[in-house]
Design a protein around this ligand. Sequence first.
Ligand code: SAM
Length: 384
Amino acid sequence: MKTCTQQNHLNYKDRINLGSYYTKTPHVDLVWQMIDKQINNKTTILDNSCGYGNFFRDDDSYKQIGADIDRTAITKAKLQKLNTEFIHHNSLENVSRKSYKIKNNTNLCVIGNPPYNDRTSIIRGDIKQQNTGIDSDIQTRDLGMSFLLSYKKLDADVVCVLHPLSYLIKQANFKLLKKFTDNYKLKTAEVISSGVFSNSSKTMQFPIIVAMYVKNDKGTSYDDILNFSFNLSNSAKFKINDFDYINNYVQKYPNKLKKYQQDSILFWTIRDINALKRNQTFVRKYSANTIIVDRKKLDYYIYIDVFKYFSHHVPYYLGNCNVIINDSLFKKYKKYFILNSLVRHEHLRQYFAKFDFSKTDIIKCSNRKITEYFKILLGVHYVV
Ligand SMILES: C[S@@+](CC[C@H](N)C(=O)[O-])C[C@H]1O[C@@H](n2cnc3c(N)ncnc32)[C@H](O)[C@@H]1O
């Protein structure tokens, strides 16, 4: 069995700009397991963001083609003698089977770990030029999404790649992938943490999936995604629809029509759970990023505030989801949430006149009760 080599020739800036986080052996093996039943000895295997060629096997059962924009990576890939044809080019420009000399009737399976980085956050510098030539019909704000669209352009029969889970679960991303998702059915997906990649941030890990898609006229709808069973490495599974979300109760974004007043209660824009971990909750200063809280919904904003402080119990794979809630359970535990939050936000005490904040023993017990709530809310997903 071949062991994958980790990227060792790029500096920090180039690594970020090219999204060069190389895949390790267990995840490469997982890709081969997933495609096993979909390929035969007439299949051409393509990894067009191949780095050193970690995904290829020294095996002549299939025709293998690798491509990368990074010349040094391709030079190193060639040294590995992997029975693979390597090409140095930009795989997002002039995308066609012709550029790989793959015939229209050839069964094509794309594998790999395309770069994912938000193009708007790419570090400025010379290397940025390398990723500017992208065909207009596959341009998006993220290189990885452009790669997915390019697989449709190549008319791949099977696609098995690693990509952020957020491409599927964030509706705005899902819409950008329409040309791909309309034509490919998601068959199986296993969630892994971004933290498994060398040099990646360990503090804010986000979910990545190893996902296998097959060409199919019916494609994958957003509803399919909400009800899809994602595998976890410990043989557990989860569905987005296993949970209820806070956006069913409150507005997540500022409402331009609401007028700010001196006594408005302000809350920072609510994105996903990972953003909540980084951001503030109740704030005192009005800005374009603040929501003016509807007082009738104040309890739910208190819920979100407390959720932030207990979010270490939420597993990384829910990091790109909205804040989750069990509304009927929350109603039972509400007083503990209020007590817990108002210790931090004294200016809100005026709205809860019946609470006695001098009773520190009750406030202390709120921690235990809220933990109990989180255990029930998350069930098998609760992180100790
Ligand atoms: C996440 S790494 C994966 C490398 C390899 N497949 C692996 O998993 O070990 C992404 C690779 O995409 C390459 N890349 C970035 N933009 C590209 C483009 N426009 N065309 C081809 N390759 C590109 C980078 O140079 C990098 O080698």
